[in-house]
Design a binder for this molecule. Structure first.
Ligand SMILES: [Zn+2]
Length: 475
C-alpha cells in the first residue's frame, strides 16, 4: 500500500503540480487524508502523533512520506521560477513582462516605475496590493506559496522570500530561526527543488527534536545508525507483527498506564505494582517481564554472538560465558576471553537498553566500563591487556554503532558483522514485541514464535558448552 503510494500516486501528483493550481484548501484536505491514512497503515494513533515522524526521510528515522501539500506548493514555485529564469529568451521575456504588468496593476504604479525590487517585494507579500486589480494568476499563486510555506502560523519554514541579486530575482530561504540564510539564484535552478526539500527536512527535524523531545528520543538514537530504520523502506527482516508494533513504540505511544491522560486512573504497573508503568518499565525492568522474556531477549543475542565468536578469528582464545571469574571480583561479564598467550583479555557485555537518548545509553555503558576496569584491576597489575567491549542494541531494534567494532574485536569478520546486524536488531525487536504483549495479556498470551531473528536455547547448558577447539595443523 505504502509502496503503491510512493511509487505511483505521489510522483504522478508531483508531475501534475508543476502547472496546476488546485485550491489551497483542497490541497490541505488531501494532505490530511494522506497523513491520516499513513498513520492508520502503520498503526500509529491518528490523534496526538507527530507529523514529523511520517514526513522525515527514512534515513533520518521517519517514514519518508513527504507532505503532498508542501510538495505541491514547492513544485509550483520551482516551475514558475524555471520560466522566469528560462534560457529561452522568448519564455523569459514573456513571463517577466507578464509579472511587470501584474505588479503594475496590483501596486497601482506606472509601468515604467515598476522595478525588480517591487516585483520581489510584491511576490513576498511585503507590499499592500489590490488583489482584484488584475485577477487570479500564476503570481497570485506564488504569493500564496510564500505565505503558505513561511508566513502562516503553521508554516514549515522560518523564512522564504524573493530578493534581488544582480538585477535578477532570487529566492532567499531560512529553515529555522537559528539556521543560516540561503540565497538561490538562476544558477541553482537545476537543484532548486532538491535544495528546498532539504531545507524543509532541516526545519522539520529541528522542530521534532527540539519541541517534541519525548516523542523524538528514539529517532535520535536511530540517527546514529540510520540503517536501523531501512526496514521501513524495504520491509526487511521484520515481521508484520513488529511493523504493527514498532512505530507506536518508537513514538512512546504504546498503551500503558503511564501514558494515559486520565487523572483518575492509576499509573502504576499492573503486574508488579511499580509506580510508573511506562514503556521503559515494561520493556526493560518490570520483574514480571524479567521472569518471562526479558532475560530471554538478552540471552538470544548473547547466544548468537557466542556462536559467531566460536567460528571467528579468535576461536582459539579461551571463552567463558556469564560466569564469575576466579580472582578478586564478583562481576559476571557476559563474555570473557583470554588469548592463548594469556597476555590479553577481552570482556564484552550484552546490553539491551531502552532508546532514551544517545547520552543515556553512552552514560550507562561508561558506568559499566568503569565497574569492569575496577573489578579486573588485578589483571592490569599483572601486565595483562584488558579491553572492555559494549554489545549494545536498543530494545526497539536500533543498532548502537560502537557495537560493530566490538564484534570485530571479538574476532568476527567484517562481512559477518554486517550480515548479522539487521538480524540481531530484528531479534531484539521481536522479543520486545512479545514482552509487551505478554505484559498486557498476561497468562492468556500465547508466545508467538520469533519470525525473524534468533531464539534462546533451552536452559543454561549452552553457556558452558564449547565447540571443541580445532586440532593444530601440525599435530
Ligand atoms: Zn512492572
Amino acid at each position: 500500500m505504502l509502496d503503491c503510494l510512493k511509487t505511483f500516486v505521489f510522483p504522478k501528483l508531483t508531475d501534475m503540480y508543476g502547472n496546476s493550481i488546485p485550491k489551497i484548501t483542497e490541497l490541505k484536505v488531501l494532505a490530511n487524508m494522506v497523513m491520516r491514512g499513513i498513520k492508520i497503515i502503520h498503526r500509529i494513533p491518528v490523534k496526538g502523533s507527530p507529523l514529523e515522524y511520517i514526513q522525515l526521510p527514512v534515513g533520518k528515522g521517519g517514514l519518508g512520506v513527504a507532505c503532498p501539500n508542501i510538495t505541491a506548493l514547492t513544485t509550483f514555485l520551482v516551475s514558475t521560477l524555471k520560466k522566469l529564469w528560462s534560457e529561452d529568451p522568448y519564455i523569459r521575456r514573456l513571463y517577466r513582462e507578464y509579472l511587470t504588468v501584474v505588479v503594475q496593476y496590483e501596486l497601482g504604479k506606472r509601468k515604467e516605475d515598476v522595478t525588480i525590487h517591487d516585483s520581489a517585494s510584491y511576490l513576498s507579500n511585503e507590499l499592500p496590493s489590490k488583489k482584484d486589480a488584475f485577477g487570479y494568476n500564476c503570481y497570485a499563486r506564488v504569493k500564496e506559496v510564500c505565505r503558505g510555506l513561511s508566513q502562516n502560523q503553521d508554516s514549515p519554514l522560518h523564512k522564504l522570500k524573493f530578493t534581488v541579486v544582480n538585477h535578477n530575482l532570487a529566492l532567499l530561504v531560512q529553515a529555522t530561526e537559528s539556521s543560516s540564510q540561503k540565497v538561490y539564484t538562476e544558477l541553482d535552478i537545476k537543484r532548486l527543488q532538491k535544495n528546498l526539500k532539504n531545507q524543509f527536512i532541516t526545519a522539520q527535524l529541528h522542530r521534532f527534536l527540539v519541541e517534541k523531545p519525548v516523542k523524538s528520543q528514539v529517532v535520535k538514537v536511530i540517527q546514529q545508525h540510520p540503517q536501523s530504520n531501512s526496514f521501513v523502506r524495504t520491509g526487511g527482516k521484520v515481521s508484520l507483527a513488529c511493523h504493527n508494533f514498532v512505530h507506536r513504540a518508537r513514538l512512546n505511544m504504546l498503551s500503558c498506564n503511564y501514558n494515559t491522560f486520565d487523572k483518575t486512573q492509576s499509573k502504576s504497573c499492573r503486574r508488579c505494582g511499580y509506580m510508573n508503568e511506562s514503556q521503559t518499565h515494561i520493556l526493560q525492568s518490570c520483574t514480571y517481564g524479567m521472569a518471562n522474556f526479558i532475560t530471554a531477549r538478552h540471552d538470544a543475542v548473547l547466544h548468537k554472538v557466542k556462536s559467531m565468536v566460536e567460528k571467528g578469528g579468535k576461536k582459539d582464545w579461551s571463552l567463558t560465558i556469564d560466569e564469575e571469574l576466579p580472582g578478586y571480583t564478583r562481576l559476571r561479564p557476559d563474555i570473557y576471553m583470554q588469548s592463548p598467550d594469556k597476555k590479553s583479555v577481552l570482556i564484552a557485555d550484552v546490553s539491551i537498553p531502552y532508546e532514551n537518548g544517545i547520552e543515556a545509553i553512552q552514560e550507562s555503558w561508561n558506568k559499566k566500563m568503569l565497574k569492569y576496569e575496577e573489578g579486573f584491576k588485578h589483571l592490569k597489575d599483572q601486565g595483562i591487556q584488558l579491553t572492555a567491549l559494549p554489545i549494545i542494541i536498543g530494545l526497539l531494534g536500533t543498532w548502537w554503532t560502537p557495537t560493530t567494532n566490538s564484534l570485530m574485536e571479538l574476532g568476527i569478520s567484517k562481512a559477518a558483522t554486517r550480515k548479522i546486524t539487521p538480524e540481531l536488531c530484528s531479534t531484539v525487536l521481536e522479543h520486545s514485541k512479545n514482552i509487551y504483549w505478554k505484559h498486557i495479556f498476561g497468562d492468556s498470551y500465547k508466545p508467538v514464535p520469533i519470525r525473524y531473528g534468533f531464539e534462546t536455547p533451552e536452559g543454561n547448558q549452552w553457556k558452558k558448552e564449547r565447540k571443541p577447539l580445532p586440532e593444530p595443523l601440525n599435530a
